[in-house]
Design a protein around this ligand. Structure first.
Ligand code: MD3
Ligand code: FE
Length: 210
């Protein structure tokens, strides 16, 4: 029952809870372990803006931005240490979702963890920093519902809006991989497991060799 939302993009509603009862809590426990080693931080864009989304990473490579640009780094600039290893439960959910969408050999080497508090947003952008463009990106939404904006290959293409709820997974492959997308400012609300926040995991193959 994946819902096709674009060429190569599939929405798997409630995938986390259907995968295994209580798996959302296992993911949250793993996030707590990662953040002890790689704290959430508000990164600065090359243009000098501090992002409203707080970020951390795990896996071999992590996405970072600063005044010098966007890139993947094997070292966390905040700690000077390698990023924490990808938790087994992260790999399990990412690979299982990729398989459900028809991608059989997805081995992510990076997981970006985005934390949205009320008012936080992500402006329309494309994901172009990964070296392997054939691999899909798998996103897992946890906590408060967000309004996702999904545009086309040009910034000016009109964006469709849809909701991403706790436990929803989206697999982005094919040409959808390069569509503009973003998250509207998070509305204040309360989630039973996460309180006033939304956490999104995005699994990627960032490096050419791993
Ligand atoms: C469509 N994150 O981290 S997840 C990002 O909810 C990012 O935190 C948003 O965009 C979030 O880059 C959206 C859904 C998503 C992720 C990657 C995509 C949609 C995508 C890549 C290509 C097209
Ligand atoms: Fe993105």
């Amino acid at each position: 029952e994946p819902i096709k939302i674009a060429d190569g993009a599939y929405l798997l509603q409630g995938f986390v809870s259907r995968f295994e009862s209580g798996f959302d809590q296992r993911l949250l426990d793993a996030i707590e372990a990662v953040r002890l080693q790689a704290p959430f931080r508000h990164m600065v864009t090359p243009g000098g803006y501090t992002m409203s989304v707080a970020m951390a990473n795990c896996g071999r490579a992590g996405w970072v931005t600063d005044r010098k640009g966007y890139r993947y780094s094997e070292i966390d600039p905040t700690t000077g240490l390698p990023w924490p290893a990808m938790p087994e439960v992260f790999l399990q959910i990412a690979q299982s979702a990729a398989l459900a969408a028809g991608y059989q050999d997805f081995v992510p080497d990076a997981c970006l963890i985005n934390r949205y508090e009320p008012g936080a947003r992500m402006a329309l952008h494309q994901d172009k920093d990964e070296q392997d463009a054939t691999a899909p990106i798998v996103s897992v939404s946890l906590g408060l519902t967000a309004t996702f904006m999904f545009g086309g290959l040009q910034r000016t293409d009109k964006a469709k809006r849809f909701k991403l709820e706790h436990g929803d997974v989206v697999v982005w492959g094919g040409t959808s991989r390069f569509n503009f997308h973003g998250i509207a400012p998070l509305k204040t609300s309360m989630h039973p497991l996460l309180g006033e926040q939304r956490i999104n995991l995005t699994f990627r193959k960032a490096l050419a060799d791993s």
